[in-house]
Design a protein around this ligand. Structure first.
Ligand code: HMG
Ligand code: MG
Length: 285
């Protein structure tokens, strides 16, 4: 039997958040509804952050209210603080994510807090989610390089990953935020991080700026990772990470995984259709 590798679709959130031109809520809903029939188990569709910081995500509650929820799909939302958590709960997000950084420079630029301050903000969110039985995912950004501080030591990644895991995150997604990692550095980082968090609780979240996301995924597979985040159509970037290109494209990850002999459970035709919709949004066509 072929082994399953899960692709966690982040296009409607990580993919779209960076688009300057405001995308119609109805178009976002149509994209999510299309993705819902592709075979994903989890789709990140919303972000309850300050609309002044990320205007594109201001309609997150409307997106969650407007989608047709498919059985067996968990619709996820980012929540940086208690206000975001309350918004996500009111909008009936199935799971939430708290997002920290392994580098101080990015933490400050992205969420206006030091790493320590951010963890103090996340703790009550994780606690409240636990109380309501809502699963929490944890992100660590800049697991290889920071746009402000340069290369990031694996030990720093391991420390934040461990802190988020200890807070109750069911999975830690490791972000190569500016897509500069190499397979060698990803391997070295994962060897250190997996001493703190079990490898089956880790996911790879690689941006494709330097065109190495797929080889970085292969290196991660060798280290035992079986979950990867990707955005349909290769949309994406982060408004607070200058130079960050799109997330690795879901359809490219699916093709590579299947060529390597893994199964993803995804329908390539639906992905192709969703990629077309996503790309049309990017160009405003
Ligand atoms: P702050 O300015 O330090 O916080 O921002 P504040 O508490 O002083 O609030 C400032 C304003 O935001 C206030 O409004 C608050 O009410 C409002 P004002 O009084 O000025 O009108 N506010 C909120 N509004 C809506 N929802 C909320 C919320 N919280 C406060 N939840 C804050 C701190 C975290 C809010 C801000 O820095 C922020 O929103 N940052 C978001 C940045 C972001 O979304 N970045 C992209 C996602 S992360 C990413 O892409 C990386 C990832 O993909 C992994 C990877 O690739 O590495 C996950
Ligand atoms: Mg990202």
């Amino acid at each position: 039997m072929t082994e399953f590798v899960e692709i966690f679709e982040v296009g409607p959130r990580d993919g779209l958040q960076n688009e300057k031109q405001q995308i119609a809520t109805a178009d976002k809903i149509a994209l999510v509804d299309c993705l819902s029939s592709a075979g994903f188990r989890r789709i990140e569709v919303a972000s309850f952050v300050s609309p002044k910081w990320v205007p594109q995500m201001a309609d997150s509650a409307d997106v969650l209210a407007g989608i047709t929820r498919a059985n067996g799909v968990s619709y996820a939302a980012l929540t940086p603080n208690m206000r975001g958590f309350d918004g996500a709960v009111a909008a009936k997000a199935d799971e939430i994510a708290i997002f920290g950084s392994a580098s101080e420079g990015f933490s400050k630029a992205n969420i206006n807090a030091s790493i320590e301050e951010s963890l103090a903000r996340f703790a009550p969110v994780a606690e409240a989610a636990k109380g309501q039985g809502i699963p929490v995912r944890g992100y660590v950004s800049c697991v290889s390089d920071c746009p402000y501080d340069g290369p990031v030591a694996p030990e720093r990644v391991a420390k934040v990953a461990r802190d988020l895991f200890d807070m109750g995150c069911y999975e830690i997604s490791l972000g190569d935020t500016i897509g500069q990692a190499t397979p060698e550095r990803i391997t070295a980082m994962l060897k250190v991080v997996s001493q703190e968090v079990p490898v089956e609780k880790l996911a790879g979240h690689y941006h494709d700026t330097a065109g190495r996301a797929l080889v970085n995924i292969e290196a991660s597979l060798d280290q035992g990772l079986r979950v990867f985040d990707a955005a349909v159509g290769g949309l994406g970037g982060c408004p607070y990470a200058p130079g960050a290109a799109g997330n690795v494209a879901t359809e490219a990850v699916q093709a590579r995984l299947e060529a390597l002999g893994f199964t993803t459970g995804l329908n390539a035709q639906v992905l192709e259709k969703a990629a077309g919709m996503a790309q049309a949004m990017r160009t405003g066509e």
